[in-house]
Design a protein. Structure first.
Length: 194
């Protein structure tokens, strides 16, 4: 009897949640996209956010039309840093972009989960704690229609050419040519796209 009563009382609540679920997802997208738009100055309304996007620093960020940003993406610009992301680009969950100089990402690029793109390093002089040394920085340029696999790390001064593919968990320390497939630590070209 108790089980039947619980089932009868719970069924309307379950149905309510099932009906509200699509609306909840739509509301979350609208809310997090509006929140991001309030934090940066140059963003088209067609940009979508799957969850909270963390913006810090000077917020010198340009997002192209129809970009989609996953949950917990972090965009940080410091000093003269600038982040420019092209149209129809996808940054998946947990990506971190930190710029002291410039990070430029072309149209139609796909960036996998938990990718780190940073254009600066701590100074390395002996005799002074690295923590207190000024950063050294070099721009990062990522071409059009690039795919960067999950967990990869893109380091300062790197250019990744158009149509290139970076394998998951790679550390990119040098330039990758157009249409190359690179992987490893450090990433090396393993073949060319056909």
């Amino acid at each position: 009897m108790k089980h039947t009563l619980m089932k009868m009382m719970g069924l309307p609540i379950v149905l309510l949640f099932k009906l509200a679920h699509p609306l909840r997802n739509t509301w979350r997208r609208i809310y997090f996209t509006a929140r991001l738009s309030a934090g940066i100055s140059d963003m088209d309304f067609s940009v979508q956010c799957d969850g909270r996007v963390h913006v810090s620093g000077t917020a010198n960020i340009i997002l192209g039309k129809r970009c989609r940003l996953g949950m917990d993406v972090e965009l940080r610009t410091v000093e003269g840093g600038r982040i420019q992301i092209g149209e129809d680009t996808r940054l998946n969950r947990g990506c971190t972009l930190t710029s002291y100089a410039q990070i430029s990402i072309g149209d139609f690029t796909i960036i996998g989960e938990y990718v780190s793109i940073r254009d600066a390093n701590h100074g390395l002089k002996r005799g002074e704690p690295m923590r207190y040394q000024p950063h050294t920085c070099e721009p990062i340029l990522i071409g059009r229609d690039v795919w960067i696999g999950r967990g990869s790390c893109i380091l300062p001064g790197v250019t990744i050419g158009e149509g290139a593919v970076i394998g998951a968990n790679s550390v990119v320390t040098r330039d990758v040519p157009d249409f190359a497939i690179a992987a490893g630590v450090p990433a090396k070209v393993i073949k060319m796209r056909q």
